[in-house]
Write a protein that binds this ligand. Structure first.
Ligand code: SF4
Ligand code: SF4
Ligand code: SF4
Length: 167
């Protein structure tokens, strides 16, 4: 069940990572170190009680927030024998923030606040600055848990690397 990943697939993934790096499980090493350490055994995927981890390209684990919220229980880290997920070396579980895109309903004049209701950090506010208030996400509060992503009726909200978030 836990065959080692094909090195050529690893090289392919590394070659692509600059364009669209996937969301890795929490406390993952940076992408290159993660791919070096991870054996694609799938132990983290099997252990996650929220079922938010899946096997992605090359068999490597991916966090899919459309499946639910990461509760930061740490079970995936504990399951990772080669320590590709490592709380002692990675400070923040995720280096991402939620971003509402152009298809967000209030930006099209339709009232909606579904994402706010699911945020455990109360990071999403709807300031009364327009007739139909649009979401404002507090980067200091957002943990990248993904709870908001699956709640959006039009799939307008996603997790982006901090470096790529809009100013
Ligand atoms: S920290 Fe817990 S909920 Fe989050 S991905 Fe790991 S096992 Fe799943
Ligand atoms: S749930 Fe989606 S459409 Fe509604 S306010 Fe949030 S991001 Fe916009
Ligand atoms: S990712 Fe989590 S903490 Fe951030 S806005 Fe969404 S629900 Fe809130």
């Amino acid at each position: 069940m836990s065959a080692a990943p094909d090195p050529s697939r690893r090289a392919l993934l590394l070659g692509r990572r600059a364009a669209t790096p996937p969301l890795r499980p929490p406390w993952a090493l940076d992408e290159s170190a993660f791919l070096d350490a991870c054996t694609a055994c799938g132990a983290c995927v099997e252990r996650c009680p929220e079922r938010v981890l899946v096997r992605g390209a090359g068999g490597y684990a991916v966090f899919d927030p459309h499946l639910g919220e990461c509760t930061f229980c740490g079970d995936c880290v504990d399951a990772c024998a080669p320590r590709a997920l490592d709380r002692t070396r990675v400070t923040d579980a995720f280096d991402t923030i939620a971003v509402a895109g152009d298809t967000c309903l209030p930006r099209r004049g339709v009232v909606c606040s579904s994402c706010r209701d699911g945020c455990p950090e109360h990071a999403i506010a709807f300031p009364l600055t327009s007739r139909v208030p649009v979401p404002s996400i507090d980067a200091a509060r957002c943990t990248g848990c993904g709870a908001c992503v699956g709640l959006c009726p039009v799939d307008a909200i996603s997790l982006k690397a901090h470096a790529t978030e809009p100013a």
